[in-house]
Design a protein around this ligand. Sequence first.
Ligand code: SF4
Length: 98
Amino acid sequence: MSIAKRPLIANIKGKENSPLVEVEDNQATGKNPLLSDVSEIKRAGHQNIPLAKVIRKKCLECCCFQPGEVRKCHITDCALWPYRMGKNPFHSAKMKGK
Ligand code: SF4
């Protein structure tokens, strides 16, 4: 059982007909994207972009779209922290031979 309570199907107005959401035990349940049609994922507004860029977008959302706040983020135990600038520092280190 997940920690976050999923909304009852009655509470997902506008998503009832989404091909990316299904009903399971009368609760809205996101489909496995690996088993979903890519065209449906794109139609929902998602793009095929590098994961570091996805993380950057999430960090911007976390910081009210203030790039300076993302830069100054001090939550170093957040799993996204190393990638918050939109690049993978481990790849950069590899390129520098570190
Ligand atoms: S790294 Fe910082 S800005 Fe990015 S999600 Fe985590 S807490 Fe938010």
